[in-house]
Write a protein that binds this ligand. Structure first.
Ligand SMILES: NC(=O)C1=CN([C@@H]2O[C@H](COP(=O)(O)OP(=O)(O)OC[C@H]3O[C@@H](n4cnc5c(N)ncnc54)[C@H](O)[C@@H]3O)[C@@H](O)[C@H]2O)C=CC1
Ligand SMILES: O=C(CO)COP(=O)(O)O
Length: 323
C-alpha cells in the first residue's frame, strides 16, 4: 500500500519516518513551504521534530494533488483543522485519523467530521500512548488501530506494524477517539498539580477520577469500557499525565506555576490539543448530562475564570460520594 501522510508536525513526521523505515516511499504533505524544503533538502524537520535524521523514502510536498496516487492516507493535522484538511484530500482513499480532539461547535469526533467531509472514504483511527520523538527513534510502542471494517484494519495493520511498533485492533472507533481527546484535558490537570506542587497523591487522584470522567463521557457517546481501559484511553492518559514531554502536561505545569493562560497559549507553534478540547468537552458533557468536574476545573483555569487555590478548593470540597 502506497502511504501518504497529511500533516508534517511532530506526529505526522514521526509516522512518515516509521512508514519509510523499510525503504518504502512515503509522501508527506506539509502546510509550511519551509518544512517541505527542509525535509526534501536536509532530510530533517527542525521546526517540529528536531534532532531526527529522516529516512530517504520520505518525499514532502505542499500540493494535495500529489496525494491522489496513494492507497492509504494518514491524517495528522490539529483536530480543529481536520475538516478543511480532509475536504482537500482525494476522495475514496482510506483515511487513518491520527488527530486527537473534538470539533468546536459541532461536538463531533474526528471520524464523524471526516465522514461528513469525505463521505466516500473508509475511515480508521490510530490512537494510543505515542510520543512522536520516541516513535521516530524506533523505541517500542503499542497503539490502538480502530476500524469498523475488520478486513481493512488487517490490511492497514500489515502496512504500519514494525517490530517495535505494535498495533492492537479494535472495532470501537468512537471509544478510541474519546480516550485520545479526553486525556489531553486531563494531562493539563496533572500538569497543574505538578506546577503547583500538589504532590503525587494528587496526580494519582486526578488520573483515576479523570478516568472515571472519561468513562462516563465515553459510555454516553457509545464507547465500550474496555476500549477506554486500553491503550487509546488509560494507556495514553498515564503517558501524558506523567511527563513534561507532553505539551498538554507542560501547559498545565505553567498554569500551576501561576503563569497566565493567555501568555502560555500565545504564539505557540506546536499544538496543545487539550486547550481546544476542554471547552468543547465541557459543552458536550453538559449537553448530555455527564458530570466532568476535573474538565470543568481545567476550563476555569484556561479561561482565567477563578484563581488556582479556589479551583483546587472547589474540587476538594465536592460532596463525599460513592466511588
Ligand atoms: N506529537 C505527538 O506526540 C502526538 C500528536 N498527536 C496528535 O496529532 C495531531 C497533530 O499534532 P502534532 O503533529 O504533534 O503537531 P505539531 O504541534 O508538531 O505541529 C503543528 C501542526 O499543525 C499544523 N497546522 C497549523 N495550522 C494549520 C492549518 N491551518 N491547517 C492545517 N494544519 C495546520 C502545522 O502545519 C503542523 O503540522 C494533534 O491532534 C495531536 O494531538 C497524536 C499522537 C502523538
Ligand atoms: O498524544 C500524545 C502522546 O500520545 C502527545 O501528547 P501531547 O500532545 O500532550 O504532547
Amino acid at each position: 500500500m502506497r502511504a501518504g501522510v497529511i500533516g508534517a508536525g511532530a506526529w505526522g513526521t514521526a509516522l512518515a519516518q516509521l512508514l519509510a523505515a523499510d525503504g518504502a516511499h512515503v509522501r508527506l504533505w506539509a502546510l509550511e513551504p519551509d518544512v517541505v524544503e527542509a525535509v526534501n533538502r536536509d532530510r530533517a524537520n527542525p521546526l517540529y521534530l528536531p534532532d531526527i535524521s529522516l529516512n530517504a523514502g520520505i518525499e514532502a510536498t505542499s500540493d494535495m494533488a500529489d496525494m491522489a496516487d496513494r492507497d492509504l492516507l494518514l491524517v495528522v493535522c490539529p483536530a480543529q483543522h481536520l475538516r478543511s484538511v480532509v475536504a482537500q484530500a482525494p476522495a475514496g482513499v482510506p483515511l487513518i485519523l491520527c488527530s486527537k480532539g473534538i470539533e468546536a461547535g459541532t461536538h463531533l469526533l474526528m471520524s464523524e467530521v471526516a465522514a461528513q467531509a469525505q463521505p466516500r472514504s473508509p475511515i480508521a483511527v490510530l490512537s494510543g500512548p505515542t510520543f512522536a520523538s520516541e516513535v521516530a527513534k524506533g523505541l517500542p510502542t503499542a497503539i490502538t488501530l480502530a476500524c469498523a471494517d475488520a478486513a481493512l484494519a488487517a490490511r492497514i495493520a500489515a502496512r504500519i506494524a514494525r517490530p517495535a511498533f505494535r498495533p492492537y485492533l479494535s472495532d470501537d472507533v468512537i471509544g478510541a477517539e474519546i480516550g485520545g481527546a479526553v486525556k489531553n484535558v486531563l494531562a493539563i490537570a496533572c500538569g497543574v498539580a505538578e506546577g503547583a506542587g500538589l504532590g503525587l497523591n494528587a496526580r494519582a487522584a486526578l488520573i483515576s477520577r479523570g478516568f472515571a470522567e472519561m468513562t462516563r463521557f465515553g459510555l454516553a457517546r457509545g464507547a465500550r469500557v474496555e476500549t477506554l481501559a486500553g491503550l487509546s484511553g488509560l494507556g495514553d492518559l498515564v503517558l501524558t499525565c506523567s511527563s513534561t514531554n507532553s505539551r498538554n502536561f507542560s501547559l498545565g505545569k505553567g498554569l500551576g506555576e501561576g503563569q497566565p493562560a493567555a501568555a502560555l497559549l500565545a504564539h505557540r507553534r506546536t499544538v496543545a490539543e487539550g486547550a481546544f478540547t476542554a471547552p468543547v468537552l465541557r459543552e458536550a458533557a453538559r449537553a448530555s448530562g455527564v458530570e466532568m468536574p476535573v474538565v470543568e476545573a481545567v476550563c476555569a483555569l484556561l479561561e482565567d475564570a477563578a484563581p488556582l487555590p479556589q479551583v483546587i478548593d472547589a474540587l476538594l470540597a465536592r460532596p463525599i460520594r460513592a466511588e
